[in-house]
Design a binder for this molecule. Sequence first.
Ligand code: EPZ
Length: 426
Amino acid sequence: MDQFIVQGPSRLEGEVKISKAKNSCLPIMAAGLLCNRPFKLNDLPDLRDIRTMKKLLFGFGVKINDNAFDCSEIHSTYAPYELVKTMRASVLVLGPLLSRFGEAKVSLPGGCAIGSRPIDLHLDGLKKMGAEINVESGYVHAKCSRLKGAKIDLMFPSVGATENLLMAAVFADGETIIENAAREPEIYDLGEFLISLYPQLKIEGLGTSTIKVQGISKHESNESVKYTPIPDRIEASTFIIAGVMTNSNIVIKGCDKDHIRSVTNALEMSQANLKLYDNTIEVLPRNKELTGFNLRTTPYPYFPTDVQAQFMALATMINDTSIISEEIFENRFMHVPELNRMGADIRLNNQTAVIVGGKRLKGAPVMCTDLRASAALVLAGMIADGETRIQRVYHLDRGYDGFENKLNVLGCDITRESSHNLIASL
Ligand code: EPZ
């Protein structure tokens, strides 16, 4: 298993280009199952999760050549546990498979480090659309000759459930209304991709809490669609925080400032010195002491849970007390004991973390537990005195494309020690 070695403290300088969003590319790749003609996705990031989704699609019979996909000859609708267990976004193939082929056998994703992550909202919505759903021996068996449009009220604005039901609605008979839909930019992007495949598809309310879809009958999709997903707002946020924590002057290019308004607002309220342009954010050395914050993770457009761990790392270096409440996932504080090993003073009380900042962190061996926690440990290593060895970076490789290379270019002293080198050096 690879590890990172980070020598701190770092000062950064220069520019970094943000990759396309993992959480947009994954549902869009799944949505491609609805398409009976070849299509191309531009600038897909080189991530473990993207490779996993390609393996899953390949198993259905999708022909894949780099970022070109051809789903015209699907011979299977079976998503095996071996793949689904490594990436819960695999469950997003359920809606498109059911909508186009009338059946699907998809392994339950199982929980993951940050929570149990059930899919009851996905399944309840599909049942409302007429699907026969049986869960047996860890698999969802779904059947329906043709889904029918329905009014679905989500108990929680689940991103995945909204995406699955949006895709399921494409070939459903009649109108589907999703109330309390997730409003994330990735939902909007998925809808735009579906419309690029089938321009006659009528989707209203993308990005709002009420999405309406007029189902269409199955027929030829658009010729040679080429689609470019949106930039990764979480990667952009991570680099902006890196610039603030190291009190550097860096420029983050290719991100959409409107997608990260809750993050930049929170940083500016803590006296970070930012300049916001349409697709570029500049971090400047601050001219005021950073102040603590009190944040709750909330569905978009409010403060994103995927930036909670990175803000926790930031809080450790602010000479103030900060509070973070994790309201989305039940177990998303696993970076806390690792940060405390580096000398942070973070106390947990159920879903709330109190961070008494201002103590200088010391480099230490730490362990990644999940994707965003991994990024937080790298950020902490950048402000710590000395060497931080970050193990199990395969978690980070799921969602950050060339993370250490981008940081190296900015002047951070970070190297990857790959496991085979490690063994060879023993
Ligand atoms: C998506 O996960 C993202 N993943 C997550 O990003 C992100 O943290 C999350 O949305 C919230 O923004 C992808 O887009 C691939 P949810 P998803 O359904 O769809 C509960 C990252 O770091 N829930 O909005 O799984 C669930 O348990 C990842 O990039 C149900 O109870 O999130 C959780 O507590 C991590 N029943 C809450 O809702 C359901 O049927 C939010 O889940 C579905 C969800």
